[in-house]
Design a protein. Sequence first.
Length: 213
Amino acid sequence: MNEKTKIYINPLTANNIKLLLLCNALGIQPEFQHVAINRGKQRQEAFLALNPDGKVPVLQQGDLVLTESNAIMQYLASSHQSSLWPQGIEQQAKVLRILFWQSNYFTAGVGPIAHRKVVLPYWGVGEPEVDKQQWQAFDKAVSALENILDGSSYLVGNELSIADISLLAFFLFHKRANMPLKDYPKLQNWLANLADHDWYISTESYLNEILTN
Ligand SMILES: N[C@@H](CCC(=O)N[C@@H](CS)C(=O)NCC(=O)O)C(=O)O
């Protein structure tokens, strides 16, 4: 990749954490430009020119401006010839299935937990209650993930892919948020395996440093 890669992110939120995890896993260091979404910077004219939706992440590389975290992951993994975007149409379709499922279904159940219990308090805007309905949605989403996991270490085939990273990002703060995961043994194994990798450990310590400053 010759042109400089810049990624606009807010490092604490799940769709953005995906890119921190991925870049560490790929061993690449794009320029990260932080966008303070807690202060409305995503709604300023300059940012809206990049993404009219007013959302991070956004990748910019030469003339290419790419929104949607999962598309950005596919682009980065693929352009670095990484097996995180696997070869073979069947494996690719299986990865895409997880990415769409995460975006259309999983996020609504799991995303709000760490956001309310970790991110919003850090931003100093209180700790809105996670109500019964939200916990039910959480349980439904993690049960569905437990059913997808077949006991192996990765979601698709025998190798790490962007499918794993897409879901893993939602669990990075699972301890801080006290996410109840004890009834989901396959999920716990999958998490423990991924949390052992250097790229996970360095992402986690980077985020811990932000949260403790
Ligand atoms: N489907 C999009 C969702 C992006 C998104 O919701 N970003 C949030 C942070 S995780 C955001 O920018 N929120 C600011 C806002 O909505 O004002 C993706 O995967 O990139």
